[in-house]
Design a protein around this ligand. Structure first.
Ligand code: C2E
Ligand code: CA
Ligand code: CA
Length: 793
């Protein structure tokens, strides 16, 4: 089992360590104590032995003294000398009883027992232990078996002056003697006799019966040279010491001094118990201590772990405060710094992820998220949500012509305007480019259209950049939940569709209508149908004549694309050209138009009609590096002079990428082609910029021409434009001339050429041929009114 908690591990480690140390110390102390106890017991026994020896010697000495007193007694010596056995015996008995001897003997010089109080037998016999008589024992006495009992024997010679006999005193070696010795030595005393056959018998002992027998049984096992040995006596072992006593008879007499080992070790056992108690107590204390230390370490750690896990779950609100100066305190403060750092970085990342850095408004993903949340809320509360998607109308021009920094300024200003006009609860976002969006919840969603109108109105005021007014209008699309969609992406898409409708209709605001979807779908099918158009020969070119105001002649035509759709009939270029530009398909269309126009030009040339053809070129076409090559190839192929081809390019066509456009225009010019600025006046091109371009013609947009008769301000603009064009050496053309008044006014203003329904609509090639014939024929017939309007009826 693995222990996972640090706290448990610390406690276990400390407790195990301490227990190990305690057990080792206890074992060592125990061992030393045991040794000491044994040594002390042995010492006690040795002391006992010495005391024992002294006591035995002392008794021998006392007995010897008593024997000598008797031996030197005059009456006794006389009785000995006279061989008076009766007197001897009575003296022996008297003396013996006085000194408490068990028996007194008198041995004659021949070794025969003369008097004997022990056996009291009158049968003559030799003394059993004659060796005693010849040399006295070393310790003054011996223990011998005499008269059926063990006796301590002492011998004293009777001198006259030579020895005439010996007095032998015997005191009993019995339990009483043993008890006396025990009293003085504090040891159990036993006397044992080993006979010649090696059998042991107990002479006397202080031990109780069972132990006495155990000792006897043990004697056979006593190691040969050992002074001491342990006698196993059940639980209460005996430590015993053997003292071999002097003996002259056969066999051996020993004294065994012993004491209970348990007694000897009793104080040690007490010490051991104390030690164990101490060890247990210190173990308990250490367990308590290690729990406290572990808690001290692990409590702040687990608080920190909790704090870290809060951080993991994105809660940066509070850190694990641990007010201490140690490593854990430092860890806590690092963790706190880390938390603050992560929180700050996350806020920054969230800001980057959810904010538009330029305007500081929400970005597209934030808007989508907010919208989804608002829809959820509205769904449960039964309220509504409205979104406005807004696109600036002329922002691209600002960006292209005046530069990105001005563009950025405009976007920021628009953002500020939105903040001013939108209700406080609205979420305002910049979706990208010049597209903005507003999210309106609850009551504010009901007034979404009013808000949109207020925004439109505020953007009618030009935005100022360093004092220069910039005119950027906006088109807004409105979509509502739940009417126009049930999820965020559908709502945004539908508001977007509505916004494009507003842009197309120049209405400023459009509320989404499911009808718009079909328009959208039509656009999709348009692309595939457009691809089909070229292969199916559904495309045609119509030509609109350009008439010279001064000479009244037709020397140029503008080629305009027509699409005869098999189902929809005639489709206006205004419907599919922007679409083709948007999808990039314009490249293919332009190539087809150029080919057809040049082919037609060549055909007319062959018929003797020399007409310059103007072809409209899109901004996208100018991005095509191969365009000059392709055109010169076509001209060469059909044998048409470059001067007969004029390319009409709108201002914005130059402005998309001015540097690149300039290069392509230079190359086209170098080929000998004519270049014309179409729809002049609707863009922002500055005079200084136009001066740099290799153009030869300026076409004033028909929105000016159609209003100039009625509006003197406009006619002033037209006049200055014509003058401007002339001052730059350009041919000035007015398009969209629909009536005589315009014709006359333009003639007065000195315009060079005119083009418009007043003269002729765009015509098929064959129709144009007859129109020109008629027109020139009439001009020839009415030379007087050369400057007047001529219309084909
Ligand atoms: P645009 O280049 O300004 O062409 C002149 C437009 O004015 C033509 O419309 C013409 O029919 C129309 N128009 C001529 N005289 C009058 C008049 O007196 N009054 C009015 N109201 N309109 C007049 P259209 O043919 O519908 O072409 C529209 C636009 O489509 C053109 O404007 C041009 O920008 C584009 N377009 C036409 N053909 C081509 C083409 O082959 N290639 C490219 N890139 N664009 C083309
Ligand atoms: Ca044109
Ligand atoms: Ca035009």
């Amino acid at each position: 089992m693995r222990i996972r908690r640090l706290r448990t591990r610390i406690i276990l480690f400390f407790v195990a360590l301490l227990a190990l140390v305690q057990i080792a110390a206890l074992a060592l102390v125990n061992l030393a104590n045991l040794h000491n106890a044994h040594v002390k017991a042995t010492d006690d026994l040795a002391v006992g032995e010495r005391v024992f020896g002294r006591l035995v010697e002392q008794r021998a000495h006392e007995l010897g003294q008593a024997a000598r007193v008797l031996a030197s007694d005059f009456a006794f010596r006389e009785a000995v000398a006279t061989g008076d056995a009766a007197t001897i015996n009575s003296a022996l008995a008297n003396h013996g009883s006085r000194i408490g001897a068990a028996g007194m003997l008198f041995v004659g010089p021949d070794g025969h027992v003369v008097g004997d109080t022990l056996t009291r037998s009158s049968v003559p016999r030799s003394f059993e232990y004659p060796a005693l008589l010849e040399s006295p024992p070393t310790r003054g006495s011996t223990i011998e078996w005499l008269g059926g009992r063990a006796l301590q024997l002492v011998v004293a010679p009777v001198l006259s002056p030579l020895p005439i006999g010996w007095v032998v005193v015997g005191v009993p070696v019995d339990d009483g003697f043993a008890r006396d010795l025990r009293q003085l030595t504090s040891l159990e005393v036993s006397f044992l006799l080993e006979d010649d056959a090696g059998r042991w018998r107990s002479l006397a002992s202080t031990l109780p019966g069972t132990e006495r027998q155990l000792l006897l049984d043990h004697m056979a096992k006593w190691p040969a040279d050992a002074e001491t040995d342990i006698v196993r006596a059940g639980g209460d072992d005996l430590q015993a010491r053997m003292i071999t006593l002097d003996r002259v008879g056969g066999g051996r007499v020993v004294a065994i001094l012993d004491r209970s080992l348990a007694n000897a070790l009793a104080s040690f056992e007490k010490l051991r118990a104390t030690l164990i108690t101490l060890a247990a107590a210190s173990l308990l204390v250490s367990i308590g201590g290690s729990i406290a230390i572990a808690a001290n370490i692990t409590r702040p750690l687990s608080e920190l772990a909790e704090a870290a896990s809060r951080i993991e779950h994105g809660d940066y609100s509070e850190g694990g405060e641990v007010p201490r100066a140690d490593e854990i305190g430092r860890l806590a403060s690092s963790l706190n710094h880390m938390r603050a750092g992560i929180s700050e970085r996350e806020t920054r990342i969230l800001r980057l992820a959810y904010r538009d850095t330029l305007t500081d408004l929400a970005n597209r993903s934030k808007f989508a998220e907010e919208l989804a949340a608002a829809i959820d809320e509205a769904a449960s509360s039964g309220t509504g949500v409205a979104i406005l998607v807004m696109d600036l109308d002329r922002f691209k021009c600002v960006n292209d012509i005046l530069g990105y920094s001005v563009g950025d300024h405009v976007l920021q200003e628009v953002g500020n305007q939105l903040l001013r006009e939108a209700p406080d609860s609205a979420c305002i976002a910049r979706l990208g480019g010049d597209e903005f969006a507003l999210l309106l919840r609850g009551a504010a969603s009901m007034r979404a259209a009013d808000t949109a109108r207020a925004i439109n109105k505020s953007l009618e005021q030009p935005i100022l950049y360093r004092g220069q007014p910039l005119d950027v209008g906006a088109s807004i699309g409105l979509a509502r939940y739940p009417e126009h969609g049930h999820d965020a992406s559908t709502l945004i898409r539908n508001a977007d569709i509505a916004m494009y409708v507003a842009k197309r209709n120049r209405s400023g605001l459009a509320v989404y209508d499911p009808e718009y979807d079909s328009t959208q779908r039509q656009h999709l099918s348009l692309l595939s149908e457009l691809r089909q158009a070229i292969d199916g020969k559904e495309l045609r070119l119509h030509y609109q004549p350009k008439v010279s105001l001064s000479s009244g002649t037709v020397s140029a035509v503008e080629a305009l694309l027509r699409w005869h759709h098999p189902q929809r009939g005639m489709v206006s270029p205004a419907e599919f050209i922007p679409f083709a530009e948007h999808t990039g398909y314009i490249k293919v269309l332009t190539r087809w138009v150029l080919e057809e126009a040049i082919r037609q030009c060549a055909e007319w040339l062959r018929e003797g009609i020399r007409l310059q053809i103007s072809v409209n070129i899109s901004a996208r076409d100018l991005m095509n590096r191969d365009l000059p090559e392709a055109i010169s190839e076509l001209l060469r192929l059909h044998g048409v002079a470059p001067a007969l081809l004029c390319l009409e390019i709108t201002e914005s066509g130059f402005m998309e990428d001015p540097a690149h456009a300039q290069k392509v225009l230079d190359r086209l010019h170098a080929l000998g082609l004519k270049l014309s600025i179409d729809d002049y006046g609707t863009g922002y091109s500055s005079l200084s910029y136009i001066m740099k371009l290799p153009v030869q013609e300026l076409k004033i947009d028909r929105s000016f021409i159609s209003r100039m008769v009625a509006d003197s301000d406009i006619s002033t603009i037209v006049r200055s434009t014509i003058d401007l064009g002339h001052s730059l050496g350009l041919n000035v053309v007015a398009e969209g001339v629909e009536d005589l008044e315009s014709w006359n006014l333009l003639a007065r203003l000195g315009c060079d050429d005119v083009q418009g329904y007043y003269m002729s609509p765009p015509l098929e090639a064959s129709a144009l041929k007859s129109w020109i014939r008629d027109y020139h024929g009439r001009a020839a017939a009415e030379p007087a009114s050369g400057n007047e309007a001529r219309r084909v009826s």
